[in-house]
Design a protein around this ligand. Structure first.
Ligand code: AMP
Length: 299
């Protein structure tokens, strides 16, 4: 593993790799790595000759200043985790570049002016609640595409809407990059791993698996209940969780949204039959203990 902080150094390493016809895999992250990120990195190491992992807390995708400030930054531990992953797996890749630029290095001209639009895909769920978020993601991901020139790019299904956005970005900019969606990695108790989980108090962390448990029950209900009934049940179950369970410190779930959408178009469906072709996915955002958690379930 080699750490690179300068864009120019990444470009020259990529140029050399390209001259040798090496296939490059890119894994964009914001650091604070956990097993979820490592599963993407592992897959990239197995499917490519060289892997670029970016660790960059991208300020322009945060629409909440406090969230940006509180975002964990643990570069040294992250690099150790990557080293230990490389040591424990068989991989095709001969080289891993960990790209850890500063904000100035990523955006030398200051805050980028470019704006991306994704139409109906960004008009649902995260889109209206996080104005500018997906455009900020697209700006950084495009910059990473330009620098790393990957054949394949790896993204986690935990950020389900983000995958649809990147698919649309690739269509817009016409880069021949293969988008590789990767399944969610969960803790043993079912909670989707997230860098934000470390901000949960122990009591909140103990409650958090109820999100996935509720979604799993919803998947079973979908066999015999209508879409709207499943939606309502999920929102009610989480919103009233503290009334039914013993939750310390006034902890409670505050669902922000739960939508059942077509797995590709991300448009809400009224009936299960409407998603026959692409499948249906349930996407949720829930506040717990001041932390915003997201998760999905496939129906
Ligand atoms: P982040 O650092 O949160 O921006 O995440 C970087 C990448 O890792 C994104 O493509 C995420 O979707 C993915 N990711 C985050 N958590 C998980 C998880 N629990 N399982 C699989 N992928 C994940």
């Amino acid at each position: 593993m080699k750490q690179i902080t300068r864009a120019a150094d990444l470009q020259s390493a990529v140029k050399q790799a390209k001259e040798q016809n090496l296939e490059i895999g890119l894994v964009p992250t914001m650091g604070a790595l956990h097993e979820g990120h490592l599963s993407l990195i592992e897959r990239a190491l197995k499917e490519n000759d060289m892997v670029v992992v970016s660790l960059f807390v991208n300020p322009i995708q945060f629409n909440n200043k406090e969230d940006l400030e509180k975002y964990p930054r643990t570069i040294d531990a992250d690099l150790k985790l990557i080293e230990s992953l490389i040591a424990r797996i068989e991989c095709r890749a001969k080289e891993l570049l960990a790209f850890t630029p500063s904000v100035e290095e990523m955006y030398p001209q200051g805050e980028p002016k470019e704006v991306y639009h994704f139409g109906p895909i960004e008009e649902v769920m995260e889109g209206p609640r996080r104005p500018g978020h997906f455009s900020g993601v697209a700006v950084v991901v495009r910059r990473l595409f330009d620098l790393a020139q990957p054949k394949r790019a790896y993204f986690g299904e935990k950020d389900y809407q983000q995958i649809a956005v990147i698919r649309s970005l690739l269509e817009q900019i016409k880069y021949p990059i293969e988008l590789v969606p990767c399944p969610i990695v969960r803790a043993d108790d079912g909670l989707a791993l997230s860098s934000r989980n470390m901000r949960l108090s122990p009591a909140a962390r103990a409650m958090a698996p109820a999100i996935n448990a509720t979604l799993e029950q919803a998947a079973e209900m979908a066999e015999y209940e209508e879409v709207d009934d499943v939606k309502e049940w999920v929102l009610d179950t989480l919103a009233s969780y503290h009334e039914v369970n013993d939750c310390p410190d006034g902890l409670r779930f505050e669902p922000e949204y739960f939508e059942i959408v077509d797995a590709v178009t991300l448009q809400p469906i009224a009936e299960w039959a409407n998603a026959e072709q692409n499948g249906a996915v349930g996407c949720i955002a829930v506040w717990l203990d001041g932390v915003r958690l997201i998760d999905i379930v496939k129906f």
